[in-house]
Design a binder for this molecule. Structure first.
Ligand SMILES: *Cc1c(COP(=O)(O)O)cnc(C)c1O
Length: 226
């Protein structure tokens, strides 16, 4: 409880410092590798939104706790699309045309899927995501796709202990979002950015969704062996 309460309090303080309504930032508790008992505990404090990176692990947990809001925050292979349709409140990591096409094919019209475009804001070779300069054409295509609702952008910037090193990437994300909104005359209200080490800086730079694991659950156990 103490860790979770502390994170909620830090969010409240960061919002106040930036003259934001404290409800303007959503907290996702990132529960990857943590057992269902730990999720139940955090859920019992009133936390509703949980994030998972690995589809198999996520689906097993969703089956056990279907009433929570589940967020897919890791890479998703397009061949897994049929397994995930209807399971997640928000997919944070749409970044390839093949996945977009699969989604369009499989998402039913009576239950559109909300998604964010993952941006490779640090242009790192090893990371997934759309390069910033490709965001506009990719978004234009996504807007034409049936039953997919894009509400914003997500990033996983280069990791650094000092959040001040990460700040410029958060600023670039907000500017990219603002430019896309202007260019296409649409609204992209959501910016999913900021983790345990840097969520306060992310909030200051415009994050509306933060994804926090370690600060809530403590250090992660080893990944389950399959
Ligand atoms: C694991 C993970 C997080 C949470 O990281 P912490 O440092 O434990 O807060 C957030 N976002 C993504 C995409 C992750 O993979």
């Amino acid at each position: 409880m103490e860790r979770y309460t502390k994170v909620c309090e830090e969010i409240r303080i960061a919002c106040k410092a930036n003259t934001l309504d404290e409800n303007s930032v959503s907290l996702i508790a990132v529960s990857k590798f943590h057992p269902i008992e730990s999720i139940e505990k955090i859920a019992s404090y009133g936390q509703k939104d949980f994030g998972e990176n690995y589809i198999q692990e996520a689906l097993a947990k969703i089956e056990q706790m279907p009433n929570l809001n589940w967020h897919a925050i890791g890479p998703i292979q397009s061949k897994k699309t049929k397994d995930i349709v209807g399971k997640f409140t928000l997919l944070h990591t749409l970044a390839t045309e093949s996945f977009q096409k699969e989604l369009e094919k499989r998402v039913p019209s009576d239950a559109p899927q909300e998604v964010l475009l993952q941006i490779n804001i640090g242009k790192e070779d090893q990371k997934a995501g759309i390069l910033p300069e490709q965001a506009l054409p990719f978004l234009e295509k996504t807007l034409l796709a049936k039953n997919i609702r894009v509400t914003g952008l997500m990033c996983l910037p280069p990791l650094h202990e000092d959040p001040e090193v990460t700040r410029p990437y958060f600023i670039q994300m907000r500017q990219l979002r603002d430019n896309l909104e202007k260019e296409l005359r649409i609204k992209l209200p959501q910016l999913s950015m900021g983790m345990s080490g840097d969520f306060k800086v992310a909030i200051a730079e415009g994050a509306t969704i933060i994804r926090v694991g370690t600060d809530i659950f403590g250090s992660r156990p080893n990944p389950p062996t399959h």
